[in-house]
Design a binder for this molecule. Structure first.
Ligand SMILES: NC(=O)c1ccc[n+]([C@@H]2O[C@H](COP(=O)([O-])OP(=O)(O)OC[C@H]3O[C@@H](n4cnc5c(N)ncnc54)[C@H](OP(=O)(O)O)[C@@H]3O)[C@@H](O)[C@H]2O)c1
Ligand SMILES: [Zn+2]
Ligand SMILES: [Zn+2]
Length: 352
């Protein structure tokens, strides 16, 4: 019994198209949400096209979307935190076991039984979970987040992935006032990283392959912009960064950025390109540099991001699109042509 309109892809080379999926009735602890906006993350593209097949093969049909903002329509009888009419948000995860050491320390993203918002086993209905490119979603209240009422909803949706994914490693690695911070790749994640690093008081340098994004980078909060194809410009920053965040979605030479990190400084990868990156041992040895990774963030920290953004009035710069333009948006993401996040107005699904 399929009761909800959605957009899905039938295979790795199929476009997304209108469909119907089934959502469960809210159980005791569930919150049913009418989805108003859903951001388009490059991870949606990677997974629709099965580019992460070696780590998490895509199960078709896939309904992507994990930057969800909407309004509560129904609640289970044990739900205390939300009531119908409340604004609510859902990010990359919808469940975890709640009792492993990772869950206990607020790092649900590392729980061995964590369930992603899409393409994870669905313990309620069988098959896999379906994401936010749909009219509604039903989620355990532990994984539902509060949206500060002052935020623009289309621009708030990307905070649920692009926001937490960039905020979390910068907090972990001590991005504060006076630190020199690099952001590689000015896309959805990168532009949020610039906003946060600027808000934390850091000196922010953006590395971009797109000379046309220079003025935007400065407007978003960068202090300097380097077009990364210019070897001379890159050279000037050798060994000088406290922290660099690499948010590039495609294959690139990461050593060019490792070399810019100061001794004992850190470069963190959040971008997840399809193929492995080659790391030069010497780039790391010279200067005892740290190379690390980061995966989204826990639920408590995701709420912290939303609250921080509410206080500082930070949202993503979005291009709002109807769901019917989502395939075009994917093509533009592949050309690094996004300013700086697509946010789907889910009202457009009603006409399907
Ligand atoms: N770790 C996590 O938890 C997590 C969470 C969400 C997303 N991700 C991953 O993070 C990556 C970025 O996601 P996103 O949504 O921000 O993507 P996006 O909006 O498409 O931005 C990616 C940016 O990377 C740069 N880029 C693209 N192709 C490049 C190339 N060939 N060489 C160098 N730079 C290139 C471009 O910036 P310029 O034009 O400035 O060069 C582009 O705008 C994706 O791989 C995504 O799957 C990871
Ligand atoms: Zn994402
Ligand atoms: Zn757990």
């Amino acid at each position: 019994m399929n009761n909800t309109k959605a957009y899905s892809a039938a295979g790795a080379t199929s476009p997304l198209a209108s469909t119907k999926i089934n959502r469960r009735d809210p159980t005791e602890h569930d919150v049913q949400i009418e989805i108003l906006f859903c951001g388009v993350c490059h991870s949606d593209v990677h997974q629709v096209r099965n580019e992460w097949s070696s780590v998490m093969p895509t199960v078709y049909p896939i309904v992507p979307g994990h930057e969800i903002v909407g309004r509560v329509t129904r609640i289970g009888r044990a739900v205390a935190k939300y009531k119908p009419g409340d604004l609510a948000a859902v990010g990359c995860m919808v469940d975890s076991d709640g009792n492993c050491p990772h869950c206990q320390s607020g790092l649900e993203q590392f729980c061995p039984n964590m369930i992603l918002t899409f393409n994870s086993p669905d313990k309620h209905l069988g098959g896999v979970t379906y994401g936010g490119y749909s009219e509604t979603i039903v989620v355990d209240e532990r994984f539902v987040l509060r949206v500060p009422p002052n935020l623009n909803l289309a621009g708030a949706a990307p905070l649920l992935c692009a926001g937490i994914t960039t905020f979390s490693p910068m907090r972990r690695w001590g991005v504060t006032k006076g630190r020199k911070v690099g952001v590689v790749g000015l896309g959805g994640l990168g532009h949020m990283a610039v906003k946060f690093a600027h808000a934390f008081g850091a000196h922010v340098v953006v590395f971009t392959t797109s000379p046309g994004k220079k003025a935007d980078a400065l407007r978003l909060g960068a202090d300097e912009v380097v077009v990364s194809r210019d070897a001379n410009e890159m050279q000037k920053h050798t060994g000088s960064f406290d922290f660099i965040l690499d948010a590039v979605s495609a294959h690139h030479d990461i050593n060019a950025y490792i070399n810019l990190v100061r001794p004992d400084g850190t470069i963190t990868i959040v971008g997840a390109p399809e193929k492995p990156l080659a790391v030069s041992a010497f780039s790391l040895l010279m200067g005892r540099r740290n190379l690390s990774g980061s995966l989204i963030g826990g639920i408590a920290e995701t709420q912290e991001v939303l609250d921080f953004c509410g206080q500082h009035n930070i949202t993503a710069d979005v291009e709002v699109i109807p769901i019917q333009k989502v395939n075009e948006a994917y093509e533009r993401l592949l050309k690094a042509d996004v300013k700086y996040r697509f946010s789907i107005d889910m009202a457009s699904l009603k006409s399907e």
